[in-house]
Design a protein around this ligand. Structure first.
Ligand SMILES: [Zn+2]
Length: 422
């Protein structure tokens, strides 16, 4: 049989010609469009919306392919399938990339003002949002594009307000003074998930705290001598034979004229450092909790910009790093420093701009996570949700049973406004 030239199979697969042609055909025929149909069992996936910070990467291609396989398989099995597409406004991340873009042109968001800045972000969203959608289409995603959403569109902003008010009325959202992760560059609170830990070389300073009555001293080790200025107690472990007799005694805080008590608390690891720890409730999350248990004062010595404030006395106006150096020098000069050792410790950094995160005491909004987590745990225990592979169930329970309240405040221009702004 003679083969015509045009029927010959091309040597290589050329996706451009084939994929675009068939994708256009699928869309034209409305093959991914979902209509309510009670005769078919429903199956739907809301796409995890990609951030409009830039373009899609291999990770998106990977997880979009899985979703596409599931949707197409269900369609062939006779389900009524809706794969709902969309993009994420990604508050802090997008604000950050736009700020960087502006910085390259020598403009800051403060110079622009809120309104003009938000406009700039919308411009960015138009370009990158469109690019992402085009990429999803080129991947062949079988989404129903008629329903495309953006997490910052009017309807979703309304939904956020509605949920906020409902949770508030159920006492599941509250405003409280609490220690949170603070990025002094982004000028916002961060959730625990937005903090990345990195091992950094640092120093471990062992400092003497003299007893008030002049009968001796105890040694306390810290990586952050600048926070000594905010110490309000020294804690020892209640079962420590060595320190038990000291509980209730008073010591003088070096570099200040304050006198603070020695208290007992289970939080102290008697094996670590000298076995006693300084408690700075306003600048350390663990100390914060100790402070609440013992009703200690919370003395803030670092401000929201990452500088020492008026409570820091002569260190006022110094950056945290400079204050650390200055405090260490003064401790040495004044005879409080016993020794300095090099150490590597995990330091939290802002997930978006890499600035060192400060534990910061401030008034923020929180979701009461415990009662919500209980329902999540029950759903798995009752078999309503199944973990695959099963071994992750244990990790899930562990996570959910030790959950902390979730800080939802973000002090950003580019984000949903809760119905509580001033
Ligand atoms: Zn940051």
């Amino acid at each position: 049989m003679r083969v015509r030239k045009s029927d010959e199979l091309a040597k290589g697969y050329t996706p451009e010609a084939i994929e675009e042609k068939w994708y256009a055909f699928w869309l034209e025929k409305g093959l991914f469009d979902a209509e309510p149909d009670p005769s078919k069992p429903p199956f739907s996936i809301v796409i995890p919306p990609p951030n409009v910070t830039g373009s899609l990467h291999m990770g998106h291609a990977f997880n979009n392919t899985f979703q596409d396989i599931l949707c197409r398989a269900r369609r062939m099995q006779g389900y009524n399938v809706l794969w709902l597409p969309g993009t994420d406004h990604a508050g802090i991340a997008t604000q950050n990339v736009v700020e960087k873009d502006l910085a390259a042109k020598g403009v800051t968001r403060h110079e622009l003002g809120r309104e003009a800045f938000v406009e700039k972000v919308w411009e960015w969203k138009k370009v990158y949002g469109a690019r992402i959608i085009t990429q999803m289409k080129r991947l062949g995603n079988s989404c129903d594009w008629r329903h495309e959403r953006f997490t910052f569109d009017e309807g979703l902003s309304r939904a956020v307000r509605e949920v906020f008010v409902r949770l508030y009325k159920k006492d599941l959202i509250y405003k409280g003074k609490y220690i949170i992760n603070w990025c002094s560059r982004c000028h916002t609170a961060l959730s625990d998930l937005e903090v990345e830990y990195e091992d950094k070389p640092g120093k471990f300073y062992t400092v003497r705290y003299p007893f008030k009555d002049g009968t001796g001293e105890i040694a306390v080790a810290t990586t952050r001598p600048e926070t000594i200025l905010g110490d309000t107690a020294i804690a020892v472990h209640p079962r420590s034979e060595r320190f038990k007799p000291l509980i209730g005694r008073k010591v003088r805080v070096p570099l200040t004229d304050r006198v603070i008590p020695i208290i007992e608390d289970n939080m102290v690891d008697p094996e670590f450092g000298t076995g006693c720890v300084k408690i700075t409730p306003a600048h350390d999350p663990n100390d914060f909790l100790v402070g609440l248990r013992h009703d200690l004062p919370q003395i803030q010595v670092i401000d929201s910009e990452g500088f020492m404030n008026e409570a820091a006395g002569k260190y006022r106006g110094l950056s945290v790093e400079d204050a650390r150096r200055a405090a260490a020098e003064d401790l040495e000069k004044q005879g409080f420093l016993i020794r300095t050792e090099d150490m590597v410790h995990a330091v939290g950094h802002c997930h978006r701009c890499n600035t060192t995160v400060e534990p910061y005491l401030s008034e923020q909004w929180f979701v009461r996570a415990k009662p919500l987590a209980e329902r999540g745990v029950k759903a798995v225990r009752d078999g309503l949700i199944r973990w695959i592979p099963e071994q992750w169930e244990k990790t899930y329970f562990q996570w959910m049973e030790n959950i902390r309240d979730w800080c939802i405040s973000r002090l950003l221009c580019w984000g949903h406004r809760i119905p509580a702004w001033t």
